[in-house]
Design a protein around this ligand. Structure first.
Ligand code: GN1
Ligand code: MG
Length: 371
């Protein structure tokens, strides 16, 4: 039975792949990684002279408009390729390549209504799961900085496929609704945690109003700036940024803040030992210097002023999102235990406190790096 399932799955994957314009004959299709959102496979071809590919089933519960998402990705990729070419680089290695279907579409919709997309697998590239040295953090900051620099003159309008994603006013709306329903009855145990959120509401809204009134501009943003979304070559230089599913128009500060949230944490996002969790200043400094080496020439004064604040903002938002999901009965994030979202809430809050304690120094690091 199990063998038969595997056989069917393999055949199904081969059928999906056969709809795309692939070079060479498919040899094998294997699962890759264990993404929380999409399912990813590597499609290997028979000959070493033909490329391999990444094939993904996109999560249509989170990405409710996959066609618009793929259109955003393609337009950003084409923009990046033109830039790389103009700078004398290799557009097939220094930018992602979306592979079209035989019908010239950017995705294939299967009989079950699932959406599939394929991109080129870039050979001789390396990814890292954690930024465990300042050198790597510097390179990662440079990678995201380069992405934002190359897209800083992007003229088109990207479709907002995740409305309100890092918009705290929108998150408070969800938060207020979830708290007023309290439909699994968890609220009464969480008065301290709820105070963590409420006590900082005004500060966060004040920042976001600067984005709303245009003081802080809107740009092309990646929205998932973890280090494992950057491809490096074998010499340790950045090739390109990958996983463009969440490219949106938003503030560049969100990409900076989210990178700091993930790069600098000395513990895990769901660490049960809070003593492990803190913000590592050396990693912060290195990322900031790498990032600003590529971006300080075009970022606006208001963006530089709020750069350190963005780390507080995104970490706070993450505390809110984990806690809100816990109160809502765990509908959004996959959980491995009933308390998982609460564990994540506590660990992110510890990180937020560590950022708040070091905030003065973080601002100094930014000021020094823009000199
Ligand atoms: C989700 O699964 P991953 O790590 O790519 C989430 C991010 C959160 C992150 C927290 C589309 O991203 O916003 O910061 O979990 N992505 C989406 O671990 O909601
Ligand atoms: Mg992602």
């Amino acid at each position: 039975m199990i063998l038969e399932n595997i056989y069917n799955m393999e055949n199904n994957l081969r059928f999906i792949a056969s709809n795309f314009l692939l070079e060479g004959e498919v040899k094998e299709i294997k699962p890759l990684g264990e993404g929380f959102i999409n399912d990813t496979f590597i499609v290997e071809t028979e000959s070493s002279s033909t490329p391999n590919y990444l094939m993904q089933r996109k999560n249509k519960n989170i990405f409710t408009d996959v066609p618009a998402m793929m259109d955003n990705i393609e337009r950003v990729c084409q923009h990046l390729k033109a830039k790389v070419k103009a700078q004398g680089g290799d557009p097939m290695r220094e930018a992602m390549t979306v592979i079209k279907t035989k019908e010239q579409a950017l995705y294939f919709k299967d009989a079950e209504g699932e959406y599939w997309a394929v991109c080129l697998f870039i050979t001789d590239s390396v990814t890292y799961e954690a930024a465990d040295s300042p050198e790597l953090a510097y390179a990662g900051g440079k990678g995201i900085g380069k992405f934002q620099s190359m897209t800083s003159d992007f003229k088109g309008q990207l479709t907002d496929i995740l409305p309100g994603f890092h918009n705290i006013r929108f998150r408070f709306k969800q938060w207020d609704e979830v708290l007023s329903k309290d439909h699994v009855g968890r609220k009464k145990e969480l008065m301290a945690e709820i105070d963590w959120i409420e006590g900082r509401r005004e500060e966060m809204l004040e920042f976001w109003s600067k984005v709303e009134d245009g003081t802080i501009p809107t740009r092309v943003t990646h929205n998932d700036t973890k280090i494992n979304n950057i491809l490096f070559d074998d010499k340790g230089d950045v090739l390109c940024v990958i996983d463009l599913d969440t490219v949106l128009s938003s503030t560049a500060l969100n990409d900076f803040g989210d990178a700091i949230r993930s790069y600098t944490n000395t513990g895990l996002e769901d660490d049960t030992n809070l003593d492990n969790v803190s913000m590592d200043m050396a990693i912060f400094k290195a990322y900031t210097e790498g990032y600003l080496s590529e971006t300080k020439s075009f970022l606006k004064p208001a963006e530089l002023e709020y750069l350190a604040f963005s780390a507080k903002y995104i970490t706070y938002e993450q505390v809110l999102r984990f806690l809100m999901d816990y109160i809502d009965g765990d509908n959004y994030y996959k959980v491995k235990s009933p308390e998982h979202n609460l564990v994540r809430t506590h660990a992110q809050y510890k990180l937020l406190q560590s950022i708040e304690q070091q905030y003065g120094q973080m601002k100094e690091v930014v000021a020094d790096a823009v000199k």
